[in-house]
Design a protein around this ligand. Structure first.
Ligand SMILES: Cc1cc2nc3c(=O)[nH]c(=O)nc-3n(C[C@H](O)[C@H](O)[C@H](O)COP(=O)(O)OP(=O)(O)OC[C@H]3O[C@@H](n4cnc5c(N)ncnc54)[C@H](O)[C@@H]3O)c2cc1C
Length: 339
């Protein structure tokens, strides 16, 4: 093994999955995390949806990444003894003639296979399956508790020297934290969502046809949460400099929740905001910073962290164990990533 020990700075989704991958590969690790106050993983909805966006695009590499991601989350569930991953389906409403045309054309070419099915008698909606909901807050909190008890976690800010990895090889999983943003062309995109309650406690406003939990999506999504509440999201704002939930986003999301919930009069339980990070080519980033062996990064998970995170962690572990090169699509020396 080339690296028997690693320091992981940041215990959001990226750092948590990397630590789990190290644990199962027998690599010693120590985590440093300042607390999750600004972590995207405290906010993120944890949806894994194979077909996203107005142009109904297959998520990047979903065919290859979905199976291994499920395997990793199931293994973590077994270790922690808590339910983390729910299999769901998505009801995707087609809201415009343009979306209907895109769907018809892509369905003809088979581009969206094997994830889409027509809904009998419906031209304005189709089903996406399988989709998943990862309970992100539970994953990072239950994992944190495990590593706190084992003495594998320091709960504080990492120093610049620790992030630089001059003593121990270090992987910075800092999300929108400053270090990688200063060296790499990673952008912050503010996102907001609302947690909602239906007026009648315990009564689901939207029993899906055919049973089983269902996400509704028409550009925004409405997600049933495991505790009976719902979430609606998410906004994208590339210009915002703050992390305060805004009244504009709240109004926009309430309109979407009402539309997707077919008129349910929702009560807002909480409004959440976080930063996603993304590279100019919208691909994640994994590897040593150019010219700085020992100072690694795992970042740029964008809005697909739950799908991509397990694969990035695996890339890191294979590199640490065997020196395997990172996939060129995520490598830190790729064109356009350096500042
Ligand atoms: C509104 C919204 C909705 C989203 N919905 C989805 C979704 O449905 N599906 C999906 O897959 N993804 C979704 N995402 C994206 C997902 O949340 C992120 O991809 C993921 O959480 C990023 O994890 P991370 O570990 O890279 O960063 P973070 O979660 O931000 O973690 C970074 C950690 O580093 C720590 N840190 C930073 N600097 C230091 C330092 N100097 N010293 C010590 N610790 C430090 C922080 O405390 C933090 O805990 C959403 C994001 C948002 C904002």
């Amino acid at each position: 093994m080339r690296h028997a020990e690693v320091r992981i700075v940041g215990q959001g989704l990226a750092g948590t999955l990397l630590a789990w991958a190290c644990e199962s590969a027998g690599i010693r690790f120590h985590l440093i995390d300042a607390g999750h106050r600004h972590a995207a993983s405290r906010v993120g909805a944890g949806i894994i949806n194979p077909i996203t966006g107005q142009r109904l695009v297959k998520s990047w590499r979903v065919d290859a990444l979905l199976g291994p991601a499920e395997v990793m989350y199931r293994a973590i569930e077994r270790e922690l003894g808590v339910p983390l991953l729910r299999r769901l389906r998505v009801r995707r409403e087609l809201r415009s003639a343009r979306e209907r045309d895109i769907f018809a054309a892509k369905r003809l070419t088979g581009e969206l296979d094997p994830y889409v099915q027509r809904l009998p008698g419906e031209d304005d909606a189709f089903r996406i399956e399988p989709a998943f909901h990862l309970d992100l807050p539970l994953l990072i909190h239950a994992s944190r508790e495990r590593w706190r008890q084992r003495g594998a976690l320091s709960e504080r800010l990492a120093t610049a020297a620790e992030c630089a990895g001059s003593d121990v090889p270090t992987v910075a999983c800092l999300g929108a934290g400053e270090v990688p943003l200063r060296r790499l062309a990673l952008e912050r995109v503010k996102g907001e969502l609302l947690h909602l309650e239906a007026p009648a406690a315990g009564a689901s406003p939207l029993p899906p046809a055919g049973g089983g939990p269902e996400i509704r999506n028409d550009g925004h999504w409405l997600l049933p949460l495991p505790d009976g509440a719902w979430a609606v999201g998410a906004t994208y704002d590339r210009t915002a400099l703050d992390l305060e939930p805004s009244s504009t986003s709240r109004a926009l999301l309430m309109t979407s929740a009402s539309r997707l919930g077919e008129g349910v009069e929702w009560q807002v339980r909480s409004a959440l905001a976080g930063w996603r990070t993304s590279a100019p080519d919208l691909r994640p980033v994994a590897g040593w910073l150019p010219g700085r062996p020992g100072q690694g990064v795992c970042n740029g998970l964008g809005s697909k962290g739950a799908l991509i995170g397990p694969w990035l962690a695996q890339q890191w572990v294979e590199h640490l164990c065997d020196g395997r090169a990172f996939d060129p699509a995520v490598a830190t020396d790729r064109v356009g990533l350096q500042l």
